[in-house]
Write a protein of this length. Sequence first.
Length: 137
Amino acid sequence: MSNATRTSTAAVVESFFARFGAGDVPGLVDLFADTFDFVVNGTPDIPWSGRRSTPAELPDFFGSFGRVLGPAQEYEITATVVDGENAVVLGHNKFEVLATGKSFTNHFALHIAVRDGKITTYHMYEDTHAIDAAFAG
């Protein structure tokens, strides 16, 4: 693994979270390759769950958070591990579901792979039980 690969992967991950925090959807979409493997598991009640593979699918995904959740009550990245093209980000957050008024605390792990400066893999592992319970009316 070259230092350039590690730097590129780390830089893309850092840019991803900066753009996510700023609500910069076009900027987020620009970080992804033309095709990618994108998986967020969850029930149909969780609006952002599902598979995606093209940039055209991402604005709805990233926009869904602001439509269904209140502002983050907590959001912390606790660790980022980079190994070549792969990065794993650990953290937790807390949000209120606007439709139910219920809050959930979510511990997550996000696997991102970067090739040629673009995200090619995005696999989110999160507490779908807690999230689903907050969406239940």
